[in-house]
Design a protein around this ligand. Sequence first.
Ligand code: ADP
Length: 250
Amino acid sequence: VSIVTGGTYVLNTLRSEMDLARKKTNFVANVSHELKTPLTSIRMFAEMLRERRQPDLNKQDKYLHIMVSETERLTRLINNVLDFSRMEKGNKLYDKKTLNASSICEDLLESQRLRLEQNGFQVNFTGPPAPVYIEGDEESLKQAVLNLLSNAEKYSQNVKKIDIEVSRLEDNIFLTVKDRGIGIEPKFAQKIFKEFFRADESLTSKVRGSGLGLTISKKIINDLGGDILYYPRKGGGSIFQIKLPAKDFS
Ligand code: ADP
């Protein structure tokens, strides 16, 4: 009995060690690829501007906008990796302030709008009638929402439509990102927030990712006293909803 128990234990340990090693290799390859995409785009537009290949001033302005929004994406990717290690050590710090959640989301979407539209997306923002406030860390909140927005972009195929909605219901603020993309198989719905989890793990997968975005978004939102939930969308696609306690001034 002890030989069988011991053998099973060793085999299981070996299997999980191998699984972790494989996940780490995939992680490095995927992160490197993810970093390359915005870098390539920044370089291309910077070279076009340097060589004065585009005389149209409006277009030049567009290129600069896209370069800034790609830089924002790069920062987010690097922050995800840095935050992951901070969170593992338990020393991620938050600089909490009162934030206008709707204007933060709207500005974030506007900063990405041009690049998204350039890539064929139709984007739409719906805000509440009056500003809604939460207590949070601005950079972390932006990172959490940007991770959701980036997923909506990455996992969309033919129907490229993203809606962001900010609303208030009783004492909660909801930040909702909806897409018409590939959706998530019900069997994976509980796993997507786990670190390194990717529904399509193959290195040949066309969509690159680290499997950390949702883990980090969820941890940030939990640390700010809220939660993120996933819902399948009627008619195809995904809905990710951030729920945070509203801050009132009474
Ligand atoms: P990744 O870097 O792989 O995108 P995430 O942690 O952000 O990592 O997401 C984990 C997995 O959840 C993704 O690999 C993908 O399979 C699935 N996923 C996340 N967002 C969406 C979405 N909007 N539509 C479809 N699948 C999604």
